[in-house]
Every structure is written in structure tokens, then in C-alpha cells.
Design a protein around this ligand. Structure first.
Ligand SMILES: NC(=O)c1ccc[n+]([C@@H]2O[C@H](COP(=O)([O-])OP(=O)(O)OC[C@H]3O[C@@H](n4cnc5c(N)ncnc54)[C@H](O)[C@@H]3O)[C@@H](O)[C@H]2O)c1
Length: 373
């Protein structure tokens, strides 16, 4: 039988609402408390979702909290996660896991020393669409993947997020903000990366906020906003990945993978669901409806949104003594890939990876059903 581990959140901002809303769908976790440096934000979220508000120190000292979910801004991820581990609790962080390889390695070592788990978003690769792509690749139907493309381009965050400042500072930018979804999915599909190269640019030194309540305010940009990267995987696959917040319109699909026997069009890794297209050499393949994965069923308007799947998987993995899918090793490797892309852009050359990781275990439809309450 799966017991529920007590979960507390640090960081009562924008994304905390999704965790508090979707958490009850899953086995193995019970969201109990929310904390923030800003007590008003914590109180408001706590009231909205019927959990208790805590100070950060109060949450870390709470006996009924086993796992702390770190939903603070990227620049605070390392310090907050470290304090959680020092308080003797497991930690699951929003992406990006940390901002440097050294920070990630320190957390991983601390967790190992204390016998605690560290997990990190994104968990969208556990979605039905991406798991089906994984299943097709692993079945050998499209042959070995030899190359591919990934495009994630738009015009930034200042038109919707109420406080978009952090997106334009080191630790964010499109590679570290939206790149985790793409890099993590590529690693689960193709395995670890061996080396990267990149060219980067910052076309606009300031961005104009058009969202409320700060409409009209200009914010500085401290990190590249257009990044063209090349990734060579240990498998030999070569991927072009373009991330930008300086593009109004484009006609590229999110992700295409080219195999020796066919092509896969992969939907946006920022989401759990989406349409897959497959070819057998040049001919379209009719994908059968047999793959009924619970994490591709729309539950949020037209979207399949199963955020907390990675958290629930970690909670259950702790109890079963098995590895969790959104692991620190995977997150650390993704951080190294992304920070190396930025470093490669600065030096205009190649950067070799020093970390590697196992592909996370596939999440079959039956395994996904096991995570649902
Ligand atoms: N907003 C989204 O749609 C979204 C989606 C996916 C992932 N994320 C990730 O989730 C994280 C949070 O994003 P957000 O949009 O909710 O940000 P946000 O700015 O809305 O909220 C962050 C909250 O963290 C609090 N905080 C900051 N530093 C803290 C500290 N040291 N201790 C305690 N509280 C602290 C802030 O007071 C704020 O309430 C980021 O890492 C982001 O990349 C956000």
C-alpha cells in the first residue's frame, strides 16, 4: 500500500496554484502547507486551497512535511533546496534545478550523505505523447535516431507574467527557462549529450512589460535571448536546438527526430500531450488508438496537464526503494547541457559534458495509472 507523504511548498507565486490544484489527483502525496518570504502571498495561496500557511523556517521544522517543493525563482533554487536537505527533508525543485553544475553536484552529494531524495521538474516528458514517442523509438520502428531539430521561439514573457524580471536575468533566458523541457525530453528519448556548440545574441538590452500591473515599465536584459545550439549525443545523434524570445512568428515544428527508417514529429515538450506524426521512410504511418495513456487525456481545457506526476513518482519511489524518474542525475545533466550551451555561445566553440545519466525508466500507460489516486 502507498502511504501519502506530506508535501510543503516554498514559493507561493504563479506556478504554486497549479501544484496545489493538481496535486490531489495523485497517489503518494498530500499537499499540506505553503510558505514564502512574502507572508501575504503564502496566506493568500493557503486560503485559496485550504492548506496552512507557514514561514519558511516553520515549514522546514514541520514534522508532517516529508518533501518540500521548491517553487521559488531560479536564483533562489540552490539555497532553498540546500536548506531543505539540511532540515532533513526530501526536495523536489521546479526547473531549472540549479544554475551551475557545482551547485547541482553539491545538492546531489548532500542528499546522498543524508539519505534523502532530490528531484526536479520538468515532468512533462512523463506525458502520454512523449512516452509514446519513447515507445516508438525503443521499439525500433523508426530505426536509430541519427539527427533532429528542436525549435522553441516566441516573443518572451513580459506580455503575460506579472513579474517577468527574472526571465531576463542569468539563470533564466530561453535556454534555462524553456530549454529544460526540450533538453530533458531529448535525453529521455536519445540518452545523454556528449558535447555542445552554440551562437548566442541579445538583440534588445531592455524589454517593455505589457502585462498588468506593471504595464509600461522597462526591465533590463542580462542574459542572451536568442541561442542557436548544436547538441551531439553519446549515441551519435546530432540535434539543432534553437531557443529565442526575439521571434514574432515562425513556421518550424517543435521537435523532429530523423531515424534510419522514418521520421517522428514530436509535440511541444512543454506539455504532456499533443499530436505525434510518424513516417515509415517517406510514407505516413497511421498511429493506432491503442496507446491509451492517462497522461495524454485533456483535463485542463484542451491541454493534458499532469504537473505533480514527477513529484508523485518520487514520493512513491521513496516508499518502494526504486529510482525516481525526475532524478537529480537527469536534472544535473540537463543543467550542464544548458549552461554549457551558454558557455559555448560566449566562447564561440564546443564544450564537452562532464556528467552523464541513465535514461529515466519509461512510464507505460499502466505505470502512469499507478501514480493516479
Ligand atoms: N509560472 C509558470 O507558468 C511556470 C511554469 C513552469 C515552471 N515555473 C518555474 O517555477 C518557479 C517559480 O515560478 P513562478 O512563475 O511561480 O515565479 P513567481 O515569481 O510568481 O513566484 C516565486 C515566489 O517565490 C518567492 N520566493 C523567492 N525567493 C524566495 C526564497 N528565498 N524563499 C522563499 N520564497 C521565495 C517569491 O516571494 C514569490 O512569491 C521558477 O523556477 C519557474 O521557472 C514557472
Amino acid at each position: 500500500m502507498t502511504n501519502k507523504l506530506g508535501v510543503g511548498i516554498i514559493g507561493a507565486g504563479n506556478i504554486s496554484a497549479a501544484y496545489l490544484r493538481l496535486g490531489p489527483m495523485f497517489k503518494g502525496i498530500e499537499l499540506r502547507a505553503v510558505a514564502d518570504l512574502n507572508m501575504d502571498a503564502a496566506n493568500e495561496r493557503a486560503k485559496e486551497f485550504g492548506v496552512r500557511a507557514e514561514t519558511v523556517d516553520g515549514l522546514l521544522a514541520s514534522d508532517d512535511i516529508d518533501i518540500v517543493v521548491n517553487l521559488t525563482i531560479p536564483a533562489a533554487h540552490f539555497e532553498v533546496s540546500k536548506n531543505v536537505l539540511l532540515a532533513g527533508k526530501h526536495v523536489y525543485s521546479e526547473k531549472p534545478f540549479v544554475l551551475t553544475l557545482e551547485e547541482g553536484a553539491e545538492l546531489k552529494a548532500l542528499a546522498e550523505e543524508k539519505g534523502l531524495r532530490v528531484g526536479s521538474a520538468p515532468d512533462t516528458f512523463m506525458g502520454g505523447a512523449h512516452q509514446r514517442v519513447r515507445n516508438i523509438i525503443d521499439s525500433g520502428e523508426v530505426g536509430k535516431i541519427t539527427s533532429g531539430t528542436a525549435f522553441v521561439m516566441g516573443h518572451g514573457m513580459e506580455h503575460w507574467h506579472p513579474n517577468p524580471d527574472f526571465f531576463y536575468q542569468p539563470g533564466a533566458g530561453p535556454v534555462l527557462d524553456i530549454g529544460p523541457y526540450y533538453v530533458t525530453n531529448l535525453v529521455q528519448l536519445l540518452g545523454p549529450v556528449a558535447r555542445v556548440a552554440a551562437l548566442t545574441s541579445t538583440p534588445a538590452p531592455e524589454r517593455l512589460i505589457t502585462s498588468q500591473p506593471r504595464n509600461g515599465e522597462k526591465i533590463p536584459v542580462g542574459t542572451p535571448t536568442t541561442i542557436h545550439a548544436l547538441l551531439e549525443f553519446e549515441s551519435g545523434a546530432v540535434i539543432t536546438m534553437v531557443t529565442s524570445w526575439d521571434v514574432w512568428q515562425h513556421g518550424h515544428s517543435n521537435m523532429e527526430l530523423y531515424g534510419e527508417e522514418g521520421t517522428l514529429h514530436v509535440p511541444d515538450p512543454n506539455f504532456f500531450g499533443g499530436e505525434i506524426k510518424q513516417t515509415k521512410r517517406e510514407a505516413d504511418v497511421e498511429l493506432s488508438g491503442e496507446w491509451e495513456h492517462p497522461f495524454s487525456v485533456p483535463n485542463d481545457g484542451d491541454n493534458a496537464n499532469y504537473r505533480c506526476a514527477g513529484l508523485a513518482d518520487m514520493a512513491i519511489a521513496i516508499q518502494e526503494g526504486r529510482p525516481h524518474r525526475c532524478s537529480d542525475a537527469l536534472a544535473l545533466h540537463a543543467v550542464e547541457v544548458m549552461t554549457s550551451i551558454l558557455a559555448a555561445g560566449e566562447k564561440r566553440g564546443f564544450v564537452e559534458m562532464s556528467t552523464t545519466c541513465e535514461r529515466p525508466a519509461p512510464l507505460t500507460p499502466d505505470a502512469a495509472r499507478e501514480l493516479l489516486a
